[in-house]
Design a protein around this ligand. Sequence first.
Ligand SMILES: NC(=O)C1=CN([C@@H]2O[C@H](COP(=O)(O)OP(=O)(O)OC[C@H]3O[C@@H](n4cnc5c(N)ncnc54)[C@H](O)[C@@H]3O)[C@@H](O)[C@H]2O)C=CC1
Ligand SMILES: CC(C)c1ccc(C(=O)O)c(O)c1O
Length: 255
Amino acid sequence: MKGLNETTVIVTGGGGGIGRAICRRFGEEGSRVAVLDRDPEAAAATVELILEAGGSARAYAADITDYNAIAETLAAIETDLGVPRVLVNNAGFDRFMPFLKTEPGLWQQLIAVNLTGALNMHHLVLPKMVAAGGGKVINIASDAARVGSSGESVYAACKAGLVGFSKTVARELATKNVCLNVVCPGPTDTALLKGVAETAPNPEKLLEAFRNAVPMKRLAQPEDYPGIVALLASDDANFITGQVISVSGGLTMAG
Ligand SMILES: NC(=O)C1=CN([C@@H]2O[C@H](COP(=O)(O)OP(=O)(O)OC[C@H]3O[C@@H](n4cnc5c(N)ncnc54)[C@H](O)[C@@H]3O)[C@@H](O)[C@H]2O)C=CC1
Ligand SMILES: CC(C)c1ccc(C(=O)O)c(O)c1O
């Protein structure tokens, strides 16, 4: 795709299911991929896959909830790989529980990763994109933000917050050549979904309910996302900003 070769790309949660698939695609496009994850081994495994395929990547172990640690990590990325032109905010986590059974401590954990973590990344990376004359941000939210999802109230609130935040900053930076767009996955076959299913009284029944809710009657695979993310990061998307796109087999059909 246009404009991705030798471009510096940061992917948070790059060691996980969806993040790894996105990193691999940028590797195939010839980008310099900064695989950022709080799990160092997972990040290193993603880098290994990219290098084996002939691409260029480096692993960065950092927690997106820690503003100062992220500032240090970004300085290292800039020294190693150059100023980022693409940022994919993908790191996230969830616990499945009816809202009335949750406690404020869990809300804080969910908000720290799914909302504050993304704010940290934007606050530290966007000034560099503005100074460099432009950039692309792709935020991985969730269809839970668009249609709701029982058991995911605070997570859904964070993801809906990310959607509103993305549209607002897309307006604020529209004249600076910085485009922000949101991709909303539906239920996807990753460690996150498996972890959630294991906490349910009947994991297979929960997964069946997720499959049945999707018009195309299957869970998403991580490989369902890299195409749209690469497109939104490319020069073919230079006039697209503030948009929200569901990749969920028809779970959300928004006009
Ligand atoms: N799997 C699913 O069904 C869905 C996933 N999503 C979203 O897609 C994104 C990716 O999810 P999956 O690949 O499924 O999850 P995953 O659990 O496979 O990967 C998430 C990765 O993020 C990393 N991470 C978590 N917290 C972090 C932090 N504080 N700092 C740095 N790294 C951190 C983890 O170490 C892990 O490698 C998340 O934002 C999730 O909310 C959205 C809708 C559905
Ligand atoms: C994996 C978790 C439980 C999950 C499941 C379903 C949705 C959704 O319907 O959008 C999610 O966003 C999830 O994160």
